[in-house]
Write a protein that binds this ligand. Structure first.
Ligand SMILES: [Zn+2]
Length: 172
């Protein structure tokens, strides 16, 4: 866990999450970004990933196999409790999932360039004060994924960590 330097030099730190969240993340196959926000009882996760990491292609699905891959991805992402495992004592349960991607909107063809999936996963935590860690299960679900750059913003401040198949835990 790399603490951001501003945590040490200022009691009021305005390190802007928007610097990371507002600008599109670099589209690198194998890598994704994850923003973790804890606000009251809500744990909100924003995932941005090249589609290639999740389905193995980024164009409009044409074959039955490609359409099935998109359906399987959506099914998997719609079960966030198995993808994001929060501290059990915090008693977090999934509240909502929003997925956005050209391949999920048949009326908007994805074309043949690069394309991403954006996901927002909201959990409601009965004991948010006990929320200290998150295990990210994306690597098992999507083996093409090799790296997740995660940022956490919560009552304990902000931190950033790079996750990999060998290092799947965020703690704060
Ligand atoms: Zn791409």
């Amino acid at each position: 866990m790399n603490r951001l330097p501003c945590l040490f030099i200022a009691s009021v730190c305005l390190w802007p999450l928007s610097a990371a969240a507002g600008e599109p993340a670099a589209h690198v196959h194998g890598a994704a970004s994850l923003l973790v926000a804890i606000d009251g009882k809500n744990l909100t996760l924003n995932l941005e990933s090249p589609l290639n990491n999740l389905v193995g292609f980024e164009h409009t699905p044409r074959t039955e196999k490609q359409k099935a891959a998109v359906r399987a991805m959506a099914e998997r992402l719609n079960q966030p409790a198995s993808l994001f495992i929060a501290s059990p004592v915090a008693a977090c349960t999934p509240l909502s999932v929003k997925l956005e991607s050209p391949v999920l909107e048949p009326t908007k063809p994805a074309g043949d360039g690069h394309a991403d999936l954006d996901g927002e996963f909201v959990f409601r935590c009965e004991h948010p004060e006990a929320l200290r860690a998150l295990e990210v299960g994306l690597f098992q679900a999507f083996p093409r994924l090799q790296r997740v750059d995660a940022q956490v913003a919560g009552p304990r401040g902000q931190s950033a960590v790079r996750l990999s198949p060998q290092q799947r835990n965020i703690a704060w």
